[in-house]
Design a protein around this ligand. Sequence first.
Ligand code: ATP
Ligand code: MG
Length: 180
Amino acid sequence: MYLKRLEVIGFKSFAERVGIDFVSGVTAVVGPNGSGKSNVTDAIRWVLGEQSAKSLRGAKMEDVIFAGSESRKPLNFAEVSLVLDNEDERLPIPYNEVSVTRRVYRSGESEYLLNKQACRLKDITDLFLDSGLGKEAFSIISQGRVDEILNSKPDDRRAIFEEAAGVLKYKKRRKKAEHK
Ligand code: ATP
Ligand code: MG
């Protein structure tokens, strides 16, 4: 499984539709401070279901929508799509290519799509749970996160290892069953 393409419109500093094609292997994103490098990883975490505005470096979810600049008016929605190569079927769904889209409007209304079909956020988080690419997964380590892991309490650190080892899914299912 690898990230093939990211398409962004109206997300943070990306006012225009921008498509980034990735190849399997290593990609480096370079640019001056404030040019939008971290906004690229924010977009990836956001489309995978990140719900915390703070973790996306904003105060409220609306802050992910392009807020306007000197030469451009603010936009009314943000949309991010991610296309993954799934030939190795690491995602448990019978498609060689999987696309995930998330859209949010200033009104607060939001939409999620899986292979262009409307779906629930839960469908997306369930699909990525234990794939190593969920919003909580350790495939994305943001600035400051390393300190956070080293300084966390033993229980919290245990949760980090459980996620990395892929047992979190079973724990979540057990918890759900116990509450029935
Ligand atoms: P550094 O090298 O300092 O880490 P970076 O390349 O990671 O920088 P980002 O943090 O990705 O930069 O981008 C910050 C820029 O994104 C700022 O210029 C900020 O104004 C802009 N930005 C963030 N949210 C929005 C928004 N909602 N609308 C317009 N611009 C935004
Ligand atoms: Mg940055």
